[in-house]
Design a protein around this ligand. Structure first.
Ligand code: AMP
Length: 246
């Protein structure tokens, strides 16, 4: 048995089958992950999937994967999503929900799932509840990773990327051997425009505005589990595992 699923059915759509299957788990977890940019949600998703034997279902990954498929391989919802992204617009709820409905088999997966990047709005959360109720599936918890804003700003504004080979660094967390230079190809590293402190504060405000109602939605349903995203990724994962329902 594999330890990691290739997620073909999620990333490419229902016409594709996952080529690797995870070892079945005794206790499947069905979780939603929430967290502002910079809190390390992606890293937690990977660590938790490895520990729980579940699959990371990220809508952002579906949209990124859609770019490398041919038009014939993409569903109409995928083509529509790409059009919005090309224009720099947010993908509307109806299109996101169509993509998720196409991938119902992943929500039914006996190993459970970690939804990442979805739901992003209360309308998406309500639709997800309806989809899951129709499948007699219950969410176990919605993990809400929190970090003080100053720490988010420090984490994100320290990121540096190589414009040539796309390698990622962090001035304190993962510094290059020579300051400002890519270890892999020697190119001068750059900071993404939206990773600058002023831009990070704007992104955080936008995130808070959209996520507060979503957190409230799940708090009212007794599903919200708030976790401090401080410490190392391993420490945060251990903290998370302790807070999951039995
Ligand atoms: P992410 O990797 O989660 O940051 O997603 C990358 C991009 O995909 C976002 O900036 C959105 O444009 C789009 N996207 C991903 N998930 C959703 C969603 N649930 N609703 C709307 N747009 C989404």
């Amino acid at each position: 048995m594999e330890t990691k699923c290739d997620r073909a059915a999620w990333l490419k759509g229902p016409a594709f089958q996952c080529s690797s299957e995870l070892a079945p788990v005794a206790r499947p977890y069905r979780l939603v992950l929430l967290g502002a940019p910079g809190v390390g949600k992606g890293t937690q998703a990977e660590l938790l999937c490895a520990r729980l034997g579940a699959c990371q279902l990220s809508t952002g990954d579906v949209f990124r994967a859609a770019k490398s498929l041919t038009e014939a391989e993409r569903s109409p919802a995928m083509n529509a999503a790409l059009e919005y992204m090309k224009r720099g617009d947010l993908v509307p709820d109806t299109t996101v929900l169509e993509l998720v409905r196409e991938r119902l088999a992943c929500l039914r997966c006996g190993n459970g799932f970690l939804l990442d990047g979805f739901p992003r709005t209360v309308a998406q959360a309500e639709a997800l509840q309806t989809i899951l109720a129709g499948e007699k599936i219950k969410l176990d918890a919605v993990l809400n990773y929190e970090l003080p804003i100053d720490e988010v700003v420090a984490r994100i504004s320290g990121r540096r990327t190589c414009p040539k080979c796309k390698a990622g660094f962090h001035i304190t967390g993962m510094p290059p051997k020579q300051a400002g230079i890519c270890d892999k190809c020697g190119t001068a590293l750059v900071q993404r425009e939206d990773d600058r402190p002023e831009a990070v504060r704007v992104r955080m405000a936008v995130y808070e505005k959209s996520t507060t109602p979503l957190a409230q939605f799940y708090r009212q349903r007794n599903l919200l589990v708030t976790i401090a995203a401080t410490g190392t990724p391993e420490e945060i994962a251990a903290r998370t595992l302790k807070m999951l329902p039995a």
